[in-house]
Design a protein. Structure first.
Length: 377
């Protein structure tokens, strides 16, 4: 009888009732991984979720305490020993230094290390720095979600390239929602958020890293130049220092055309995406940039930053601007708004580009990393 490789997945990131971006990554990836029958997967943590009920090879040896990382890591070591696991994969959290199994982690970005001035929080910086140094010393392999982040890791921590694998993300919307809602439903959804005319869309947490203050200034230039009614729609919850953006909106001469929806449920997002004239994501730094991929999945023309991972995600299907230059942002958006031909080209390219990404592919490439790590001495 062939002995199956026993792989634990640390799902502490799913302990919260509200799934974050990291939680969605862990959930979508795990749903695909447990379909493979050549390995035996152990889901570790408080993972009693309906989305994982279809799994046949789930064992939850113990519930890990949420928030107590040191104690949880001791339990992970014990679980690995008792269950005789070959490896444990963590989609986010650090793994215990002392263990009898191989350890693989996903590092999504180095945002606090790359943009320390925006965070202005030494405790966050120190946590990331300690975490990365621990990974450099004690983790057997690192998965990251873009070549940009891989280069950051190698540059800042001198981790050898062979120890890092790039596995791209995907969008859960493609498999969960359709953009073919009837006209009445679409109209009702748009009116629910006060959207009564054409609009520029940006979806993200409202925080300085997302560079929305410059997008606001670019919007003011566009409105002045085009002299047309056009909404600017910000979709997303309030993040740190969001009050700075709110103050700028209140001072804008076009404030009555600027909409802040706050949190929007997943079922409404496809309609907001697919009806936008252009989706703009002028972020200063991303580990991946999932909203860009989501927008492309609905055939929306995309304008995004020419920095970090964003050109990797958008490829030739997006237009790029200098996120530090308001004129560059405004010019690139105007270029889309003024050319129906360009809009059509970008919509077609976006749809084709989005087909290159899937959670099945993400899971298959992640599994390849597991097997490579297992077979290394």
């Amino acid at each position: 009888m062939i002995q199956l490789i026993k792989i634990g997945i640390d799902l502490r990131v799913l302990d919260s009732l509200n799934i974050t971006g990291l939680g969605r990554y862990a959930l979508n990836l795990t749903q695909e991984l447990i379909k493979f029958e050549e390995e035996e997967y152990y889901l570790i943590g408080n993972v009693h979720r309906s989305e994982l009920e279809c799994a046949k090879k789930i064992k939850v040896p113990v519930e890990l305490p949420y928030g107590d990382m040191e104690f949880a890591n001791k339990l992970l070591s014990l679980i690995g020993y008792v269950e005789d696991l070959d490896m444990i994969f963590s989609p986010f959290y650090p793994l215990p230094e002392r263990r009898n199994f191989k350890g693989i982690v996903t590092i999504h970005d180095l945002i606090p290390l790359r943009l320390p001035d925006i965070f202005n929080n030494t405790s966050i910086y120190d946590f990331y720095d300690i975490y990365m140094r621990d990974c450099a010393k004690h983790v057997d392999h690192i998965i990251t979600v873009s070549n940009s982040t891989k280069q950051d890791i190698m540059e800042l921590y001198e981790i050898e390239e062979e120890k890092i694998s790039v596995v791209y993300l995907s969008s859960h919307f493609k498999s969960c929602f359709s953009n073919e809602a009837d006209g009445t439903t679409q109209h009702h959804t748009l009116m629910k958020y006060g959207i009564s005319q054409s609009y520029i869309l940006s979806i993200c947490t409202l925080e300085p890293r997302k560079n929305l203050n410059r997008l606001l200034k670019a919007y003011e230039i566009i409105r002045t130049n085009l002299k047309e009614e056009l909404h600017l729609v910000f979709v997303g919850g309030l993040g740190m220092r969001s009050e700075e953006l709110i103050r700028e909106i209140e001072k804008s001469q076009f404030k009555d055309s600027i909409i802040m929806t706050g949190y929007v449920p997943d079922e409404d997002l496809p309609i907001l995406y697919s009806n936008a004239e252009v989706f703009v994501y002028p972020s200063l730094y991303e580990g991946f940039g999932l909203p860009v991929l989501e927008a492309m999945g609905y055939g929306v023309p995309v304008v995004t930053s020419n920095v970090s991972s964003l050109p990797e995600v958008g490829g030739e299907a997006a237009l790029y601007c200098d996120p530090y230059d308001v004129e560059s942002i405004a010019y690139t958006i105007e270029k889309v708004l003024l050319s129906p031909t360009l809009q059509k080209q970008l919509r077609e390219k976006s749809l084709e580009r989005s087909k290159l990404f899937s959670w099945e592919k993400t899971a298959l490439q992640t599994r390849d990393v597991f097997l490579k790590c297992f077979n290394e001495s």
